[in-house]
Design a protein around this ligand. Structure first.
Ligand SMILES: *[C@@H]1O[C@H](CO)[C@@H](O)[C@H](O)[C@H]1NC(C)=O
Ligand SMILES: *[C@@H]1O[C@H](CO)[C@@H](O)[C@H](O)[C@H]1NC(C)=O
Ligand SMILES: *[C@@H]1O[C@H](CO)[C@@H](O)[C@H](O)[C@H]1NC(C)=O
Ligand SMILES: *[C@@H]1O[C@H](CO)[C@@H](O)[C@H](O)[C@H]1NC(C)=O
Ligand SMILES: *[C@@H]1O[C@H](CO)[C@@H](O)[C@H](O)[C@H]1NC(C)=O
Ligand SMILES: *[C@@H]1O[C@H](CO)[C@@H](O)[C@H](O)[C@H]1NC(C)=O
Ligand SMILES: *[C@@H]1O[C@H](CO)[C@@H](O)[C@H](O)[C@H]1NC(C)=O
Ligand SMILES: *[C@@H]1O[C@H](CO)[C@@H](O)[C@H](O)[C@H]1NC(C)=O
Ligand SMILES: *[C@@H]1O[C@H](CO)[C@@H](O)[C@H](O)[C@H]1NC(C)=O
Ligand SMILES: *[C@@H]1O[C@H](CO)[C@@H](O)[C@H](O)[C@H]1NC(C)=O
Ligand SMILES: *[C@@H]1O[C@H](CO)[C@@H](O)[C@H](O)[C@H]1NC(C)=O
Length: 833
């Protein structure tokens, strides 16, 4: 803070500046405020910092989180949330910053001396240069350079630079690769945890022989690879095709191989981080926070050994790691800092380990854990029938599972157990060995049954009375579901919803945010209850968000009736839509109704109106972020209602995590989702356009044709429209050419405008409504560039624009020319109508 003020004063007050300069000359030993270098016999200590010339980066002492230790670090000068990009003494912290100093040593190295004047860190270069001719300069690209005057002239020699020794962050302009002369590999290495910058278990490095980047655990075990460089992209990172904000280069010669990237001028501040989560993450600063745009491995649970031994990973819970029943973290402190690597330990030793001296003498038991992804390194052990006893009789056996007719057992600790969601068909039941006392008590569970048995023995009349009593009590409860919170929004009891949905027995569907169940209220109103998954928000924030969503009411939006927030449970209660979601009608699953063209047109219009309301008519503009046929519901009159709006915000800011865990969504995602710029309402416009094409064709844009080749429907439709071809040939064959040619043309044209790469060229939802209402006309669209379909490892469908030239920068400049034209000559409105 004080340095910022003094800089301002320096700028505004020349006299003050002269005074400061004079002071600097006079004292000599300390670094000046605002200086970009440590030179000669200057020192940096305590709260002093150096700042790069353009005020981009700052370097000085810092303390991570609640840690008591200090490090020399580099961070962004202008970003309010201190974000460390480089740490000098990762493994050698100092306990006090006032007595520690960073200075140029007599042998010309930059050294950090602790309170006892003992060097704890050094640049460690061998140069016999006098300290007076050496300086350490912090550059605007985030590089601390130790340089030496080159004998009189203005040239200087670089002795050492921090970008050759990256920590956990990879900044634009810095190399990450392999030096074939020194045989040194530069690695990005994660911090141990959020409060300890010491090198952790996860690292990213180049494997020069395959030209691939790998993420390794403990520098040895690989769990992710970028795939080989093919001249344009890394094979398994097809997102790189969309070079909107980065200019990537892979350089290889006899001296070194490396990868380097730079940002275009107007790109947001961006960085790659090898995160403590074991994922490589690309984050962009969006004015008030870092927003995640890309990460690999995409699933958190794919990180090797993330939860340690006896931990279980669950992609849909926060935190991701939990100790198995009967186990507790080895180190609660680290666990709380999201460092799970130490794993878990038994609360109670196994009976077999206790040499039979357990007090109650009970043998160990097995706890079944359904729908698990099994850990590796199992051993096949005889027949399935004897699996349990085989394991029980060998004290080193910690778990077993049955796989078809095989018995698999695990000897000793196991890693990478993953809890899958209930409907995942690949899950298996995993039986964990526990001391008998750690198993959940089965007697409690059967309490009611035992009670009933006893009751019937005593007398049936008593039993009947009991039932009547229970029913009466339930009735009473049902009559009091909760309180009205805001407007018409109800706060429901969990038990009440449990009853209404018959204990969540009738599942209507599952989305990215959780499963939906059908329920019936006592007054016979049918409702849909959504059980939210992985909500990271606290109760208060949740209620605030929910009441905001509750105030949003429109005939084309699904109405939120109420919610439930009890303990960790978060549920939303909606009106029930008797005709289900649009996908089942459009894509004709089983016996669903065939929607005629008129209905489809009305659905398109209604959906557009609903989105227009969300974007422009609510108090806060809401971007839906997940427009697709699954999220358009139909009531009994086939009036479309947009569902799931506002949920991205409810679940948390990290949209990308939410989205990437949703299957099949990506076919509707606008390119900017992957490219890393801020998301605007135009992202919904893109998805809506994709959906319009599907209204016409009656099949998914991503569907493959019979010969296995993908014909991208939007491009084909555009060419038919533009060439004045047979418009009715585009129509869903089930409609047997029964449709209005003018309407199909109108829908296809507006859809083409919607899926333009450049969001400035896409219409607003308001314009789309007017076009569909025939208030305004729509021009002949440009042909959408042929998109490439890519199905990734999680069966997400992603579309990529095929770059017209091999040079990404050229693609880029084409796009920006188009958008600047749109801005300067005709506004995007004019070009539309
Ligand atoms: C550094 O300090 C020494 C004495 O301690 C002095 O002789 C020398 O001139 C100083 N160098 C600079 C660059 O100020
Ligand atoms: C630091 O500790 C306090 C109290 O123990 C806690 O509330 C706070 O969240 C901690 N801060 C961080 C960054 O961990
Ligand atoms: C400085 O480092 C040395 C060696 O690691 C250590 O013995 C000494 O206690 C440290 N001094 C302070 C003040 O931390
Ligand atoms: C400096 O280099 C020497 C050998 O070149 C090495 O033994 C020492 O550990 C290094 N010190 C640091 C702090 O890197
Ligand atoms: C540095 O010297 C070179 C010639 O050696 C000259 O071209 C260049 O302009 C000089 N730069 C500055 C900043 O003086
Ligand atoms: C990582 O590997 C080293 C040997 O290379 C080993 O000593 C260490 O125990 C390993 N760390 C963990 C957490 O397994
Ligand atoms: C690396 O250097 C060796 C000689 O030290 C050379 O044979 C080899 O071709 C170099 N590798 C590359 C990729 O140029
Ligand atoms: C490799 O290094 C040598 C010696 O420094 C240099 O002469 C040569 O030009 C370098 N090659 C490339 C391709 O940079
Ligand atoms: C079981 O006995 C062995 C030696 O007989 C001893 O080393 C071990 O600690 C005992 N285990 C327990 C849990 O008491
Ligand atoms: C674990 O097993 C899975 C599936 O069998 C395999 O893909 C993966 O590479 C294995 N991991 C290790 C570390 O062996
Ligand atoms: C337990 O099973 C493992 C794997 O089959 C075997 O190596 C080990 O010897 C067995 N231990 C005992 C005590 O039977």
């Amino acid at each position: 803070m004080s340095s910022a003020t003094s800089i301002d004063m320096m700028k505004n007050n020349p006299r003050f500046m002269v005074a400061v300069l004079f002071l600097c000359l006079f004292l000599k030993t300390h670094v000046c405020h605002g200086a970009d270098r440590i030179s000669g016999n200057q020192t940096l200590t305590s709260d002093q910092t150096i700042v790069s010339a353009g005020e981009i980066f700052e370097l000085g002492f810092f303390k991570p989180g609640n840690s008591s230790k200090y490090y020399i670090g580099m961070w962004y000068k202008q970003i309010s949330k201190q974000t460390i990009v480089w740490v000098a003494n990762r493994e050698a912290p100092v306990s006090d910053k006032t007595s520690s100093v960073l200075r140029i040593s007599d042998d010309g190295n930059l050294v950090l001396l602790n309170g006892s004047q003992i060097p704890v860190w050094s640049t460690n270069v061998s140069s016999s240069t006098a300290s007076s001719s050496v300086r350490a300069v912090l550059g605007d690209e985030g590089n601390l350079v130790l340089e030496e005057d080159g004998g009189g002239s203005n040239s200087s020699r670089i002795l050492w630079q921090s970008i050759d020794h990256p920590a956990h962050t990879w900044l634009p302009g810095s190399k990450l690769g392999y030096n074939n002369r020194t045989k040194e590999n530069q690695r990005l290495i994660s911090w141990k945890n959020s409060e300890d910058p010491a090198p952790g278990l996860y690292s990213l490095e180049l494997e020069a022989s395959t030209k691939s980047y790998l993420i390794l655990w403990n520098r040895t075990q690989r769990y992710w690879s970028s795939g080989p460089w093919n001249g344009h992209i890394f094979e398994w990172v097809p997102e790189m095709r969309l070079n909107y904000i980065y200019d990537f280069k892979f350089v290889e010669n006899e001296n070194e191989s490396y990868f380097i990237y730079s940002l275009y001028d107007n790109s947001p501040t961006s960085r790659f981080v090898m995160d403590v989560s074991g994922q490589i993450k690309q984050q962009n600063w969006m004015g008030n926070d870092w927003i995640l745009f890309w990460s690999q491995p995409r699933k958190q649970c794919e990180v090797y050994a993330l939860c340690g031994s006896y931990g279980s990973c669950n992609e849909k819970s926060l935190p991701f790691c939990n100790c198995l029943t009967g186990f507790e973290p080895n180190s609660q402190t680290k666990w709380d800092l999201n460092d799970y690597s130490d794993g878990c330990r038994r609360k109670t030793p196994l009976a077999c380990e206790s040499n039979g001296s357990v007090s109650n003498g009970e043998r160990d038991k097995f706890l079944p854990m359904p729908t698990m992804l099994l850990p590796n390194h199992s051993v096949k052990a005889g027949s399935a029938a004897q699996c349990e006893s085989t394991c029980l009789n060998n004290c080193s056996c910690t778990a077993y599972s049955l796989n078809d007719n095989d018995c698999l057992i695990w000897i000793g600790d196991f890693l990478d157990l993953e809890q899958l969601s209930e409907d995942d068909g690949t899950g298996r039941t995993f039986y964990v060995r526990l001391a008998a006392s750690e198993l959940p008590n089965p007697k409690k569970k059967n309490g009611v049954v035992i009670g009933v048995a006893v009751g019937s023995a005593v007398g049936i009349s008593v039993f009947l009375c009991l039932i009547v009593f229970v029913i009466l009590r339930r009735r009473k409860k049902i009559l009091k579901p909760g309180k009205t919170v805001e407007g018409s929004l109800m706060a429901y009891d969990y038990r009440y919803l449990q009853n209404a949905t018959k204990n969540f027995s009738e599942k209507l569907g599952g989305g990215g945010f959780g499963s939906v169940f059908k329920g019936t209220l006592p007054d016979q109103t049918v409702i849909a209850v959504k059980q939210l998954e992985s909500v990271s928000q606290g109760e208060k924030q949740f209620r605030t968000e929910v009441s905001t969503i509750g105030t949003i009411q429109h005939v084309n939006l699904v109405r939120l009736r109420g919610f439930c927030s009890e303990g960790a449970k978060r549920l939303l209660v909606y009106d029930y839509m008797s005709n289900g979601s649009l996908d089942s009608h459009i894509f004709r699953e089983k016996t669903s109704n065939l929607l005629d063209w008129k209905t489809r047109y009305q659905i398109a219009l209604g959906t557009a109106r609903g989105l227009y309301y969300l974007h422009e008519k609510c108090r806060d503009c809401i971007i839906h972020c997940d427009i697709k046929p699954e999220n358009i519901l139909l009531d009994s009159q086939f009036i479309p209602k947009v569902a799931d709006f506002g949920l991205a915000k409810l679940v948390g800011r990290d949209f990308s995590r939410v989205l990437t865990t949703m299957r099949g969504t990506r076919g509707y995602l606008a390119p900017e989702w992957i490219s890393g710029v801020a998301i605007t309402a135009k992202a919904d416009v893109f998805s809506f356009g994709m959906m319009l094409f599907e209204f016409v064709s009656g099949r998914r844009n991503s569907e493959q044709s019979e010969d296995g080749k993908v014909k991208f429907f939007p491009s084909w439709a555009a060419s038919v429209i533009i060439d004045g071809g047979d418009v009715l040939s585009l129509l869903d064959p089930s409609l047997e050419r029964n449709a209005d040619v003018e309407e199909i043309t109108r829908v296809c044209r507006v859809a083409c405008w919607c899926i333009q790469d450049d969001e400035n060229r896409r219409p607003t939802m308001g314009q789309i409504v007017q076009i569909l209402e025939r208030v305004i006309d729509v021009n002949q669209p440009p042909v959408p560039r042929s998109l490439q379909v890519f199905v990734d490892d999680q069966e997400n469908v992603i579309f990529y624009t095929e770059s017209s030239s091999s040079q990404s920068s050229q693609t880029r400049s084409n796009t920006s020319t188009a958008s600047s034209q749109a801005k300067s000559t005709t506004s995007s409105k004019n070009s539309l109508s």
